[in-house]
Design a binder for this molecule. Sequence first.
Ligand code: ARG
Length: 466
Amino acid sequence: MKKLWGGRFKSELASEAKCFSYSLSTDFELFDADIELSIAWAKALAQAKVLTSAEKSKIIRGLGAVRKKFVKFSNPHQHDPAFGELCAMYEDVHSLIQAELEKSVGAVAKKLHTGRSRNDQVTTATRIWLKKYIPLFIKKISGLQTALVGFAEKNQSVLIPGYTHLQRAQVISVAQPMLAYTEMLERDKERFQDALGRADALPLGSGAIGGSTVPVSREFLRRELGFAKILDNSMDATADRDYVIEVLSAAATLMMHVSRLSEDMILWNTSEFGFLHLDDAYSTGSSLMPQKKNPDMFELARGRSGRAFGYLVAALVNQKGLPLAYNRDLQEDKVALFASLKTCSITLNVLKGAIATAKIKEDACHLAAKDSFLYATDVLDYLVSKKMSFADAHEAVGKIVRYALEENIELNEVPLSVIQKIHPPVGELYYKIFSPKVSVTKKKTTGSTSPASVRAQILKWKRVLK
Ligand code: ARG
């Protein structure tokens, strides 16, 4: 098939070189964006008197026809064998559109590439694509947040041990970790939004490296394509992909959060914790052990975070050491970008369903929250309220804990006589400390796991996410 650069070459590209370098199977994703920027470019060329008004209209109509012809290959129909054939024929999405435009409107199509290069074209298309995709992607993160908040709301009165160092620490509401992940995901959304802010800049009009001899108005192109600003340096515009790295970095951080969330769900789902029941629709069995019900969706989410980290590192290494300006290495940015966002996107969807359908096993939670040692901090607070200094109280509770451990009894089974030997003012009230509800209700700070604070957090999220 006719290439955009055939003239200086005597022979065809070797077939393995074609296979190695053709990128249509990846950058077809930019099809709509490339049509859109080509339409804007045709208008700019007409303004610059490179195209007559009739030629401009013909080209724009032709681009519309090309769009119509290939819309069938938009996701998820890319398994169509005809798409495979197309990918073997054309070097990239720009070559495909140019060739198809020529088929559609004839020789006038050959004027469209005047003054532009695929170097400013491809990065403009990628930025246009991100401007459409990222807002939708952010909505997917909100979807997972909504599932987490729903789960938190339903189970806010269920109290469980909270862990530090994966050791039982203090009593918390089931809602508190769910709302913690909701906060993390909110910052992930901000990171994507922030990255998008910097990606929202126009490279088109920068040519291959040094700008364009055609006096197109870049301000017109900016307005036409809806970019917030124009990139001021043609080499920066064509050669940097920092905005791709920023998106990949936001995706890696998001998946790190998703992986931690998954790990907590996996732990809660073990027989050892027993806090969680996963719906059959989001669990799998073992081929050998009939009793097993495995949290595979969460394991895969945890596992796939590795891909997202890998794509970020791939993009960083890809650009490190590249001399200015454009190098073909940069074609790889899209492989990482599309694959990473696709992985994140499906992961968000599946986890949303898995969390929305999961159920808390209240009895097991209740039992676990009875562990008297969870209340050591509450005992400490009680001693402080009995006029002991914090440091002395810490020491004293340490002694009560040691006594209980040595006697192999619970903390609330230590006789009052023993406790009073350590701190005489302690009374029967000591034994009232060991209640999950009392423990969480005593928390007074905003953002705490007290019922009032949990309610306030849920209310906030319902407002933010609606
Ligand atoms: N497919 C190429 C890419 O994604 C388009 C730009 C090609 N430019 C070139 N000078 N070979 O980077």
